[in-house]
Design a protein around this ligand. Structure first.
Ligand code: NAP
Ligand code: MG
Length: 404
């Protein structure tokens, strides 16, 4: 075999939990290490080690990502009451994704992986739609209460000098409800820059929508910040790349999305992104075929799969049974990270390898070899269900052919 591809800067490698941790090791052994002299800085984000280090390892891995610029992350358990006893935890540690996102101040982009034989529920969607969800504020940081027996609800803002601004929300004559939400210019601006940078990265149009006709101050501020940043920092770069920034009302956006053929980035406010990302994922077919990347406004990238640790399959695996777990999104997390590292370090062989590994993965499924979850939804006539490890060997056989 030819010499292995050499890397310059290490990737930040964040290992994880359960079935995805098993797949992680196999992907490295079967698909990466035979071809690449893999250079990573390893952080074990598996729950046991997070617990042992009082979650310090999660913070360290995020700091390393800031330092090196590119990370690849395995799915991890977000502890709940069951996990406290299962893993004998000292504390109910926070979601690693939440911690990392807070440190990198990033936006999450989710993109479906399209293959022949799996038709989206919207058949005109022949290209992927990438959803970007703003991950701060609005109803996710709300304050709400019941207004019982009637009365007056007011919105009061006290500025730094103690000056009050006051507005009546509503005079209740009976029972009702009220809610206060906020966002910050800083967070909205970060979100806008992440989306516009990612558009340039993918050479795809960026769509953004709010309800600014109704919410003339709140939603309008989102529209204005996006517009201002686009006009002053991105307009020329977009022109050069041959792409567009497009703003419309959220209801108009939904109608256009359904009629579109895909191939753009749809930037959504927090709640819209929560709802629309589930709609998009379902409509394209499967969460196991969805990639996810966190992009910070200063251009740091963390790649992962959108699904969880596939706990049910892991318990089967622990009993010694074969599972047919889909590794595609985790493979694409690695290829995304390797390609980005290749771009940043000018290693074209690494970019080429990443492209070919993706091609081999898609080719495997399009030739009818797939895991159980896809067998259930693929319309191919001749299809064969393989187990988790067999799938990786099938991909490797095709990868070898493509590399020769
Ligand atoms: P999950 O791991 O996404 O799996 C839910 C179900 O979806 C599975 O039982 C399986 O269905 C199917 N599925 C998901 N990914 C699959 C794959 N790659 N191949 C085949 N089938 C797949 O969600 P969960 O079981 O609700 O959560 C398990 C753990 O993951 C939780 O502790 C949660 O905290 C964590 N989680 C982590 C992340 C992250 O790190 N980004 C995201 C979400 C959840 P069948 O059982 O029917 O085969
Ligand atoms: Mg949701």
């Amino acid at each position: 075999m030819a010499d292995k591809i050499q890397m310059k800067t290490p990737l930040v490698e964040m290992d994880g939990d359960e079935m995805t941790r098993v797949l992680w090791k196999w992907i490295k052994e079967i698909l990466l290490e035979p071809y690449i002299d893999l250079k990573t800085e390893y952080y074990d984000l598996g729950l046991e080690y997070r617990n042992e280090t009082n979650d310090k390892v999660t913070y360290d891995s995020a700091e390393a990502t800031k330092k090196y610029g590119v990370a690849v992350k395995c799915a991890t358990i977000t502890p709940n009451a069951d996990r406290m006893t299962e893993y004998n935890l000292k504390e109910m540690w926070k979601s690693p994704n939440g911690t990392i996102r807070a440190i990198l101040d990033g936006t999450v982009f989710r993109t479906p992986i399209l293959v022949k034989g799996i038709t989206p529920f919207i058949p005109t969607w022949t290209k992927p739609i990438t959803i970007a969800r703003h991950a701060y504020g609005d109803i996710y940081k709300n304050v709400e209460m019941k207004a019982e027996t009637g009365g007056k609800a007011e919105l009061v803002f006290t500025d730094k000098n103690g000056n009050e601004t006051r507005q009546t929300i509503h005079e209740f004559s009976g029972d009702g409800i009220i809610q206060g939400v906020h966002n910050t210019d800083k967070s909205i601006a970060s979100f806008a820059r992440s989306c516009l940078n990612y558009g340039l990265d993918l050479k795809q149009d960026v769509w953004f929508a709010t309800k600014d006709t109704i919410s003339k101050t709140y939603d309008h501020r989102f529209k204005d910040i996006f517009n201002e940043i686009y006009e002053t920092e991105y307009k020329d770069k977009f022109k050069e790349a041959g792409i567009e920034y497009f703003y419309t009302l959220i209801d108009d956006a939904v109608a256009r999305v359904i009629r579109s053929s895909g191939g753009y980035i749809w930037a959504c406010k927090n709640y819209d992104g929560d709802v629309m990302s589930d709609m998009i994922a379902t409509a394209y077919g499967s969460l196991a075929m969805m990639t996810s990347v966190l992009v910070s406004p200063d251009g740091v990238y963390e790649y992962e799969a959108a699904h969880g640790t596939v706990q049910r399959h892991y318990y089967k695996y622990l009993k010694g049974e074969k599972t047919s777990t889909n590794s595609v999104a985790t493979i694409f997390a690695w290829t995304g990270a390797l390609r980005k590292r290749g771009e940043l370090d000018n290693i074209s062989a690494l970019c080429d390898f990443a492209n070919k590994l993706e091609q081999a993965t898609i080719q495997t499924i399009e030739e009818g070899v797939m895991t159980g979850d896809l067998i259930a939804i693929s319309s191919l006539e001749n299809k064969k269900k393989v187990d988790s490890e067999e799938f990786l060997h099938e991909v490797n056989a095709r990868l070898k052919a493509l590399l020769n």
